[in-house]
Design a protein around this ligand. Structure first.
Ligand code: PEP
Length: 249
């Protein structure tokens, strides 16, 4: 792991019912969790209140998205002010499913990050390349372009965690090798050093996401520039998620 405090987020995506979430919360409440890790879970909006009132304070809550500005006549959206109102501390922005399934672009995502930060919501800023982009040698170009869109909008990087999530690894069972992940994490740090500041480059946490599970987390966590994980599928199982949290080295 890197020098920043280890950070593990669980992205529940569009999964769960009141009952299954109640079971997951009680598994998390009874799990043994190392003290030197920031832990965040991200339920669907509808269940945030349920989770907030039943989950241990040891784990913070994130939304999976939010609106780009102040609330109002935006049917179906949820604003950063509303997230703050219900005690949600974090938001995931730029997840590959929002970029590639819903069609959000770099600039829109950058603006969302700026607005959320201005409302005191911390941001898990996701970047990552498609398989064809990796195969055609464009991994760094794509990640740097996505990073630049955040850099062009955000007032500061203090309350941001960057999640490198290669799209080909998300939900596919094809995890990046520790070397593949380390190579991009280190390149992201270099980019930040050149384009933002040496201070941000060394202090920011860069977490890896894409088919992380209880069996592959330890090897990934050993890499110098991997400061934690964003976990999808495996975060729906309390004991396995706790194992990933405890892979902090
Ligand atoms: C994710 O959705 O952020 C993710 C990493 O999913 P999975 O762990 O299921 O690949």
């Amino acid at each position: 792991a890197g020098t920043g405090k280890f950070f593990v987020g669980g992205n529940w995506k569009c999964n769960g019912t009141k009952d299954s979430i109640s079971t997951l919360v009680s598994d998390l409440n009874s799990a043994n969790i190392e003290s030197d890790v920031d832990v965040v879970v991200s339920p669907p909006y509808l269940y945030i209140d349920q989770v907030k009132s039943s989950l241990t304070d040891r784990i913070e809550i994130s939304a999976q998205n939010c609106w780009v500005g102040k609330g109002g006549a935006y049917t179906g959206e949820i604003s950063a002010e509303q997230l703050k109102d219900i005690g949600c501390k974090w938001v995931i922005l730029g997840h590959s499913e929002r970029r590639h399934v819903i069609g959000e672009n770099d600039e829109f995502i950058g603006k969302k990050a700026a607005y959320a930060l201005n409302q005191d919501i911390k941001v898990i800023a996701c970047i990552g390349e498609l398989l064809e982009e990796r195969e055609s040698g464009k991994t760094f170009d794509v990640c740097f372009k996505q990073l630049k869109a955040f850099a062009d909008s955000v007032p500061s990087w203090e309350n941001i965690v960057i999640a490198y999530e290669p799209v080909w690894a998300i939900g596919t069972g094809k995890v990046a090798t520790p070397e593949q992940a380390q190579e991009v994490h280190s390149a992201v740090r270099d980019w930040l050093k050149k384009n933002v500041s040496a201070e941000v480059a060394s202090s920011i946490r860069i977490i890896y996401g894409g088919s992380v599970n209880g069996s592959n987390c330890d090897e990934l966590a050993k890499q110098e520039d991997i400061d934690g994980f964003l976990v999808g599928g495996a975060s729906l199982k309390g004991p396995e998620f706790a194992k990933i949290v405890n892979s902090v080295t």
